[in-house]
Design a binder for this molecule. Structure first.
Ligand SMILES: Nc1nc2c(c(=O)[nH]1)N[C@H]1C(S)=C(S)[C@@H](COP(=O)(O)O)O[C@H]1N2
Ligand SMILES: [Mo]
Length: 327
């Protein structure tokens, strides 16, 4: 066993004795909410229709052509894919890697609708054949103050949206994750208090921003299920929870969509969720982060940057907004 993987294997155990704020929050609420949630459990999510199958993705040209270089060490693959948040599969950081393989991702279809001229569906095959894939190395910063540096593979969300032609009334984008109870043990849990499916949203200009990536791979491979296979959003200047996984529905809307974390705790998790070291979370500072792999003995603390270091590209979208108010 290499030094890295030994350190890594011990990580989840060490971490569960620390604070993991999002799940701590969920678990605290569980005590109050279990009865109500048990009563509110709904029927199984829709099953997915039949279409084409996608196999043998080849990302070599995407990787060869990357215009984005790290300037920082990449987080080891093992760290990025064994320390995850994907509450559909449980609240422990190790649950997604352990249980997400139960999710069927092939075939997969994505419904695109709302305020668009050409509503329709995309199959994974259309996505991989129809868009030029690129590798982008981005910092990723969870609101819980851990972070990583990952080489993603994907294409700008703007390219996808353009095909469906948002109308002039379109102001926001809403995303939904697959909700399939039979394959997602976390959604069947009595203590699950998220109103499934997991939902996220962006303002239209944020969605159209060239840094906003629809992602199908990482480290030159297809996304493993725990990372949000087969298609997830990566918005590198926002906190991790905006980066919704395993997307099955995208709608253009004229109102700011409801998002899962706002629904749970609006005073703690805002719609914008731009990384901001100066605006503390109500229960902890956001000034520093633990860069994975991180442990008690080697916490690997680094300073958090405004907009996660992407301010030059994105700050203009928030001119005149009080970012303590629009957190
Ligand atoms: N569907 C879904 N998407 C999700 C989540 C989730 O629980 N369900 N967790 C979010 C949170 S809180 C974070 S920090 C990131 C984690 O991404 P990673 O596991 O690839 O690091 O996914 C986000 N996307
Ligand atoms: Mo997160």
């Amino acid at each position: 066993m290499s030094r890295i993987s030994r350190t890594w294997r011990s990580y989840p155990r060490i971490d569960s004795s620390e604070i993991t704020p999002e799940s701590v929050w969920l678990n605290r609420r569980n005590l109050m909410k279990t009865a109500a949630v048990a009563a509110g459990i709904t029927a199984a999510g829709e099953t997915v229709a039949q279409p084409k199958v996608l196999k043998d993705l080849n990302f070599s040209s995407a990787v060869a052509n990357t215009p984005f270089k790290a300037g920082e060490d990449l987080t080891p693959y093992e760290a990025a894919t064994t320390y995850n948040n994907f509450y559909e599969f449980g609240t422990d950081k190790s649950d997604p890697a352990r249980y997400a393989d139960a999710m069927t991702t092939d075939p997969w279809e994505i419904k695109v609708g709302g305020l668009v001229n050409k509503p329709g569906k995309l199959y994974l095959e259309d996505i991989v054949n129809g868009f030029d894939l690129e590798e982008r190395i981005y910092r990723f910063r969870c609101v819980e103050a851990w972070s990583m540096v990952v080489p993603w593979i994907g294409f700008p969300l703007s390219k996808l949206l353009e095909r469906f032609e948002p109308t002039s009334e379109g102001k926001f984008i809403e995303f939904k994750t697959l909700y399939r109870r039979s394959e997602m043990r976390g959604t069947r849990s009595f203590t699950s208090i998220i109103d499934w499916p997991y939902r996220e949203g962006l303002r239209l200009d944020e969605a159209m921003h060239p840094l906003t990536l629809m992602t199908v791979g990482l480290y030159g491979k297809t996304l493993p299920n725990q990372s949000g296979a087969p298609l997830r959003l990566i918005v590198p200047w926002k906190y991790g929870f905006k980066n919704i996984k395993s997307i099955v529905e995208i709608n253009v809307t004229d109102r700011q969509p409801k998002t899962s974390w706002q629904d749970l705790a609006p005073q703690e998790y805002g719609f914008y969720a731009n990384v901001n070291p100066e605006v503390s979370h109500p229960r902890w500072s956001q000034a520093y982060e633990r860069r994975l792999p991180s442990s008690l003995f080697n916490p690997n603390r680094v300073k958090t940057q405004m907009f996660n270091g992407y301010g030059e590209q994105v700050a203009g979208m928030y001119k005149g907004m009080d970012l303590a108010n629009y957190y």
